[in-house]
Design a protein around this ligand. Structure first.
Ligand code: MN
Length: 734
C-alpha cells in the first residue's frame, strides 16, 4: 500500500479512489459502494491518530480490510474490517455504526472490539477468558473471528515499533490462542503466517537459523522434486487430466516444532518433501493416486484417505508417500480445487463458495465443531473447566479408530473407550461397560490408539455416575454424561441421597425424628427444598458431612459402633500408624487417600476398604461423597494430638520467570523453618511453574507461608496440590 495515501496532504477523495482501486485489483467482482462509505467514515473517525510506527492510524484498518479482501470475503466483512477499531479508539458508538451501516456490521465491529486480552491472575485464566469471549462473539457471527485474525496478523507484521516486553506477550498469545484456533477452523494460511511471525518475534536466533537452512538447501530440494514432478506431469497429460502441481509452501515454525518434538536436527526433519496435486474432481483424485502408485512404490502405512474421512477441521485430501530414485522419498497430497481452498482458508472459504451465508452447513466439519462447542460450553459453567476441554479439542493430535463395521471415528489423542462409545452413539455411551479392543477386553477408561478396532460392550442396566466425568476427554461425552446426571440421574440421586442422609442421621442415635429438623437444616445449608438437598448429596455435589455438621449444634452424641472397631482391630493387628485415632483406638492400620492427601488440621473421615484397612480422606474430597453411600463402611477418625509427625505437602507456584526467583521462594520456606524435600522449576517462555514438596506438621502452617510466597515479586499463584504420595508411605506399604 502506498504510504503517501495516508499523508495528511492527501485528500479524502484521492485516498478513497486509490483504496477502492486496490480492493478491485484483489477482487474485481466485489461491490464497492458500501466499502467506500466505510472507508470515508473510518478516515474521518481516525483523523489525527498516529500509530507507534509514525504512520497515520488509518493505515491499520486499511491493511486489515485488504487482508480480508485477499481472502475473498464479502463487502460486509471488508467494511467491518475498516471500522473494526472505531469503537475502541474513537468517540463513535455502536448505535451510530448500526444507524449508518446496519445491524450486521454493528455486530461484527462490536464483536471484534469485545475480544480483548484480559488482565487476570494467571496465564491459564487469561487464556480461558479470551477463548470464551471469542466463542461468544463467533456464535453471533463467525466473521468476527476472521476479522480478528486479520487484525492480529497486521499487528504482528508491524510489531517492531512496540517495546520488547509487549512484543513477546503478543507473540506468545498468538501461539497460545490464535494459531491453534485458526488451525481448528481450518484456516491454514492464516495459521502459518501467524505462527511464523510470532516465532520470529519470540526467538529470532532460532528463526533465522531455520530460514537460512531452508534457503541453503533449496536447489537440492528442487532437484528432488523435479525428479517426481516431470514424469508425473507427462503421465497426467497422456491421460488428459488437468492438474496444477505445486511444491509445499515452507513454514518455518512447523519445522522448528518438529525439531523440538522429535529432538532431531534440521537435516533429519526437512528430508520429507511434499508435492501437491490439484485436480478438477474427486474421481480425478483417485485416478491420479492410481497413476502415482503405478510409477512409484508407496510406503504401505503412509497412505491416508482424508477424502472419505475428513479431519475434524474439514481438511480433505489423499496423502501417499512414495519412494523415488536413489532412495528419495516424497509425500503426495492430492485434492480438488475446492478442497484446496478449504484446506487453506477453512471457514473463511465459506463466504466464497456459499454466497454470504451465515447459516452453518451440515457438512462443514469446522462449523459443526464450533456449533457443538457453543452448545457444550453452556453445560460447563466454570471457565477453566471449559478451557480444559477446549484445549484438548484444540491442541491434541487426532487418532483414528475403527468400529466393528470398519467405519473410522476420529477422536482427540488421549480419548478413552467411553469417549469412543459416546462418539458412536449417546445411548451406547450411557450403557457402556467396556470394550473389546482388537479382540481384548478393556475397561471404560482405557486410552485408545490410532488403528485399533473397538467393539463396545453394553449392558442395559448400566448407568453413568459422576466419576465417569473423570474418564472422558471429549466435550461430547462429558456433556452427554452431565445431561444424563441432570435428568434421568436426578431421581436416582434423590433416592440415594435420601438413604445416605437418613442412615447418617440414624447413626447419631438422636431421640427426635429427622423430619422435625428439615426446615432448619435446609435454612442452614441455604437450599430451598429437601429433594434438592437429597439430590446434591446423592450426586456427590454436597458432602454428607456438611449436612451432618448441622446436628453438631445440638450436641447429639456421636458414637462409633464398637463391634466395627473390634472387627477392624482383629483384622489388622500390629500395624501402627501414629497420628490418627480411629474411634479412640490408635492401633489400627490407616492409609491416607492419594486423591486428597490430608494433613493434620484438615477435617477428615475414614472409610473401611476391602482388605486394606481404613483410608483417610479429607471431608471435602470428591470421593467422600461417592463412598458415603455405603454407610456401613464409613468411620469417624480424628487427628492425634502430636506435633512430632511431619507430613509432606506439595505446593504449586506459578509466576513470571526471572533470575533469583527460586532462591527467594526457598528463603520463605527457611524463614518458616520448613524442610524442602524436593523442588522442581519448569519454565515456558516468561512463565515459571515450580513444584515443591515440603514437610509440615500442621495445616495451620500453610496460610502464612502462602502469604509470604505471594509477596515475592512476580508470583501469580500458590496452591496446594492434592495428589501426592510420599515416599515414606510407599515404604510402609500403605
Ligand atoms: Mn485493530
Amino acid at each position: 500500500m502506498d504510504p503517501s495515501l495516508f499523508l495528511p496532504t492527501a485528500s479524502i477523495d484521492e485516498a478513497a479512489d486509490f483504496f477502492i482501486k486496490k480492493i478491485q485489483e484483489v477482487n474485481p467482482k466485489i461491490p464497492t459502494h458500501l466499502i467506500e462509505r466505510a472507508f470515508r467514515y473510518s478516515w474521518e473517525a481516525h483523523q489525527n491518530q498516529i500509530r507507534k510506527s509514525g504512520e497515520p492510524f488509518l493505515a491499520h484498518p486499511v491493511a486489515v480490510a485488504l487482508i480480508l479482501a485477499e481472502q475473498r470475503l464479502d463487502a460486509i466483512t471488508i467494511s467491518a474490517g475498516l471500522l473494526h477499531d472505531v469503537l475502541e479508539d474513537t468517540p463513535v458508538t455502536r448505535e451510530e455504526i448500526q444507524e449508518k451501516f446496519g445491524e450486521e456490521i454493528a455486530v461484527l465491529v462490536d464483536g471484534v472490539t469485545k475480544i480483548k486480552s484480559f488482565q487476570m491472575k494467571s496465564h491459564q485464566e487469561r487464556q480461558a477468558e479470551t477463548y470464551r469471549k471469542m466463542l461468544l462473539s463467533m456464535a453471533k457471527d463467525l466473521r468476527v473471528i476472521i476479522i480478528k485474525f486479520a487484525d492480529r496478523l497486521h499487528n504482528l507484521r508491524t510489531l517492531k515499533y512496540l517495546d520488547p516486553e509487549r512484543i513477546k506477550a503478543i507473540a506468545a498469545e498468538t501461539l497460545d490462542i490464535y494459531a491453534p484456533l485458526a488451525h481448528r477452523l481450518g484456516m491454514a494460511r492464516i495459521k502459518w503466517e501467524l505462527e511464523d511471525l510470532a516465532f520470529k518475534h519470540l526467538d529470532w536466533e532460532q528463526y533465522r537459523e531455520i530460514v537460512m537452512k531452508v534457503v541453503a538447501s533449496r536447489s537440492e530440494r528442487e532437484t528432488i522434486i523435479d525428479g517426481f514432478v516431470f514424469p508425473l506431469r507427462e503421465r497426467l497429460e497422456e491421460e488428459h487430466i488437468e492438474t496444477t502441481i505445486v511444491g509445499r509452501p515452507k513454514h518455518f515454525y512447523s519445522i522448528y516444532r518438529k525439531m523440538q518434538e522429535r529432538n532431531k536436527p534440521f537435516e533429519e526433519i526437512y528430508d520429507l518433501l511434499a508435492i501437491r496435486v490439484i485436480v478438477g474432481s474427486i474421481r480425478d483424485c483417485y485416478h491420479v493416486l492410481g497413476i502415482i502408485h503405478s510409477i512409484w512404490t508407496p510406503i504401505q502405512d503412509r497412505f491416508k484417505d482424508y477424502i472419505s474421512t475428513p479431519k475434524s477441521n474439514g481438511y480433505q485430501s489423499l496423502h501417499t508417500t512414495v519412494f523415488g530414485e536413489k532412495g528419495t522419498i516424497v509425500e503426495m497430497q492430492i485434492r480438488t480445487w475446492e478442497m484446496n481452498q478449504i484446506a487453506e482458508d477453512g471457514i473463511a472459504a465459506h463466504w466464497l463458495y456459499k454466497s454470504g451465508g451465515k447459516e452453518m452447513s451440515k457438512d462443514d466439519h469446522a462449523l459443526v465443531w464450533l456449533k457443538n462447542l457453543i452448545d457444550w460450553q453452556k453445560d460447563l459453567t466454570d471457565s477453566t473447566e471449559f478451557f480444559e476441554f477446549f484445549k484438548i479439542d484444540l491442541f491434541h493430535a487426532e487418532i483414528f479408530v475403527f468400529t466393528p463395521k470398519g467405519d473410522l471415528i476420529s477422536l482427540p489423542k488421549g480419548a478413552t473407550i467411553l469417549d469412543f462409545a459416546f462418539a458412536v452413539h449417546t445411548d451406547l455411551g450411557l450403557h457402556c461397560i467396556g470394550a473389546k479392543v482388537d479382540g481384548k477386553i478393556e475397561p471404560i477408561n482405557k486410552e485408545l490408539k490410532s488403528g485399533q478396532s473397538v467393539e463396545i460392550l453394553r449392558l442395559n442396566s448400566k448407568k453413568p455416575s459422576i466419576d465417569w466425568l473423570r474418564e472422558v476427554k471429549t466435550p461430547k461425552a462429558r456433556s452427554a454424561i452431565r445431561h444424563w446426571l441432570k435428568t434421568t440421574g436426578r431421581q436416582e440421586s434423590i433416592d440415594l441421597g435420601k438413604k445416605i442422609v437418613q442412615a447418617s442421621y440414624r447413626r447419631l442415635h438422636a431421640t427426635t425424628s429427622f423430619s422435625d429438623h428439615i426446615p432448619g437444616l435446609l435454612q442452614h445449608l441455604g437450599i430451598n427444598n429437601a429433594d434438592r438437598m437429597y439430590e446434591l448429596v446423592g450426586s456427590g455435589e454436597l458432602a454428607i458431612n456438611k449436612v451432618m455438621d448441622f446436628f453438631q449444634v445440638f450436641k447429639i452424641k456421636k458414637s462409633v459402633p464398637s463391634n466395627m472397631v473390634s472387627r477392624i482391630v482383629d483384622t489388622f493387628t500390629g500395624r501402627h500408624r501414629p497420628g490418627i485415632l480411629v474411634g479412640g483406638n490408635e492401633d489400627i492400620m490407616v492409609r491416607f487417600a492419594k486423591c486428597c492427601n490430608p494433613i493434620p488440621g484438615d477435617a477428615i473421615i475414614g472409610f473401611v476398604t476391602r482388605g486394606r484397612g481404613i483410608s483417610v480422606h479429607r471431608t471435602d474430597c470428591v470421593n467422600v461423597a461417592l463412598f458415603t453411600g455405603d454407610m456401613e463402611r464409613t468411620i469417624e477418625v480424628a487427628w492425634e494430638n502430636s506435633e512430632q509427625k511431619k507430613y509432606i505437602v506439595t505446593l504449586e507456584i506459578t509466576g513470571s520467570d526471572r533470575t533469583g526467583l527460586l532462591q527467594e521462594i526457598s528463603r520463605v520456606f527457611s524463614e518458616f523453618k520448613v524442610n524442602i524435600i524436593e523442588g522442581v522449576i519448569k519454565t515456558r517462555g516468561q512463565q515459571a511453574r515450580c513444584t515443591f514438596n515440603i514437610e509440615i506438621a500442621h495445616r495451620n502452617q500453610l496460610k502464612p507461608i502462602f502469604r509470604s510466597i505471594q509477596r515475592v515479586k512476580g508470583i501469580e499463584n500458590v496452591s496446594r496440590v492434592k495428589e501426592y504420595i510420599s515416599e515414606d508411605r510407599k515404604e510402609a506399604g500403605l
